[in-house]
Design a protein around this ligand. Structure first.
Ligand SMILES: Cc1cc2nc3c(=O)[nH]c(=O)nc-3n(C[C@H](O)[C@H](O)[C@H](O)COP(=O)(O)OP(=O)(O)OC[C@H]3O[C@@H](n4cnc5c(N)ncnc54)[C@H](O)[C@@H]3O)c2cc1C
Length: 449
């Protein structure tokens, strides 16, 4: 490499991980090129704008604990597009909707008739493990929760707090956020979720959740329609090859970041240890099907999220009043509602026609927010073969093994949201990958500054 030339970095994947890494490296004077197989940026943060409605068909909301994401939004000058929504959840039980305002968790729980007085007292037992795990979980990695991944949430909660809390508190929170069941997820996930969701507000963009990725994409050299099929080493260089819109390509760089979900990462990464390969191979994809409705009039429901417990509706986990996220998400007086199914239902019904899936969504939501059938003006059915990793026992231990084998000085760095969860995990990973590559570039004396 010529010492005066900027250190060149290929970035595979223009989701939030790849975009954040590219943004940091470009600002540090390195030469970046993003390869994105689709025609859009943002990957699993997706917003579809249709007939005046804004549908978030991937990631749903951001939390106040997303410190790096919020800092990035500020830095990009788009904070005025971010709006706060009151985190009021509705949990139906026996024909009645019980409201819990997460910005006032203690007051809400004391006042609610969702659970019995005895169950409320038993909830206090959660304080001790929550305090013990408070600083263990973070968005970079959940490996420090490895001591809390041998028992399921359901087993732990039934034993320590009783089945009522499993059914009406832990169940809706876990199902509503991860589309998974408390029978599968390790107990560490409950403490992690409760810590995140005792929040004064949740945030959404007026333009849709993908606005952050789209803003980054406009300021970065993203090459669309470029599917990378192989990444390999050639001496001190890295060769990136694949198929472009017109022809196959092969280009050489000083370094490469592969910022993809586990299934794609497994296919491309040439530098995995046995333990890393094992983690990626056993990381089960959680499938998701969701329905997004543009409505002639907004439903009367004032809760922002409705989370049906399994006993009330096993196949439906989350109903979101998207029009409450920010102004401009629907034409005046109209509404946007998103409906998410349990992962097992999604897997079993993945290939059904859109219209049938919409009908199922309307049938399942009717008893909770009223029959919306006559009000549907526009809809989108979204399918994600890989939405997130499905939580299961032993997961955090395998994350710890994966992390222990990371070679921070490798020219090929791998990242994504898979060591933790969500958009903040993707942004954190992007920043970390950029730091490692920058160190490598400085070592080679090749930054452009
Ligand atoms: C239904 C659903 C709900 C969610 N809800 C939330 C939420 O409420 N809050 C939250 O914080 N997070 C949520 N998430 C998770 C969040 O969307 C992800 O954590 C985050 O977007 C991951 O970003 P990423 O860049 O790591 O991966 P991705 O977004 O998957 O980006 C990977 C990119 O790589 C591209 N690509 C793949 N293979 C190749 C290849 N071979 N060559 C070139 N390009 C390639 C893809 O097209 C994609 O653009 C949700 C996700 C889903 C699906």
């Amino acid at each position: 490499m010529n010492a005066r030339e900027p250190f060149s970095v290929a970035i595979v994947g223009a989701g939030l991980t790849g975009l954040t890494a590219a943004w940091r490296l470009q600002n540090a004077g390195l030469r970046v090129k993003l390869f994105e197989k689709s025609q859009a940026v943002g990957g699993r943060t997706m917003s579809i704008r249709q007939h005046g409605f804004v549908f978030d068909t991937g990631a749903i909301t951001m939390l106040p604990t997303y410190a790096k994401t919020v800092a990035l939004i500020d830095e990009l000058g788009i904070a005025s597009h971010l709006h706060r929504m009151q985190p009021v959840i509705g949990i139906p039980r026996g024909g009645r909707m019980h409201r819990l305002d997460l910005s006032r968790p203690v007051r809400s729980l004391l006042g609610t008739r969702l659970i019995s007085f005895g169950a409320k007292l038993r909830l206090l037992k959660l304080l001790r493990p929550m305090i013990r795990t408070w600083n263990l979980s973070n968005y970079q990695s959940l490996s420090s929760l490895a001591d809390w991944d041998a028992e399921s949430i359901a087993d732990y909660v039934r034993r320590e707090l009783g089945d009522e809390i499993n059914q009406y508190i832990a169940g809706p929170i876990i199902r509503g956020n991860t589309l998974n069941s408390t029978e599968c997820a390790p107990v560490g996930e409950l403490f992690w979720m409760l810590r995140q969701y005792a929040a004064p507000f949740v945030s959404g963009f007026d333009q849709g959740i993908n606005f952050l990725a789209e803003t980054l994409g406009k300021r970065l050299p993203v090459h669309h329609g470029m599917q990378v099929d192989a990444v390999s080493r050639q001496g001190e260089r890295v060769v990136v090859g694949g198929r472009g819109p017109q022809a196959v390509f092969s280009e050489t760089f000083d370094a490469c970041i592969i910022a993809l979900p586990p299934p794609e990462l497994l296919e491309l990464a040439p530098n995995l240890s046995d333990r890393q390969r094992h983690f990626l191979q056993t990381a089960k994809p959680l499938r998701s099907v969701s329905v997004h409705l543009g409505l002639r009039r907004a439903p009367a429901t004032t809760e922002t999220f409705v989370l049906p417990p399994e006993s009330e509706q096993p196949d439906l986990t989350t109903i979101i009043m998207d029009h409450l996220k920010a102004p401009g998400r629907a034409p005046s007086g109209k509404g946007v509602v998103s409906i998410f199914f349990r992962d097992t239902w999604s897997a079993a019904n993945f290939d059904r026609p859109d219209r049938e899936i919409v009908d199922e969504a309307l049938r399942m939501t009717g008893s909770f927010i009223g029959d919306l059938t006559a009000d549907v003006e526009s809809f989108v059915v979204q399918r994600w073969p890989y939405a997130i990793i499905k939580s299961e026992l032993g997961l955090y231990g395998r994350i710890r093994d994966y992390e222990a084998d990371i070679d921070q000085a490798d020219r090929i760095q791998l990242g994504g949201d898979f060591l933790s969860m969500g958009m903040e995990a993707a942004v954190s990973s992007g920043e970390l990958l950029a730091q490692r590559i920058q160190r490598l570039g400085l070592g080679a004396g090749g930054t452009g500054n």
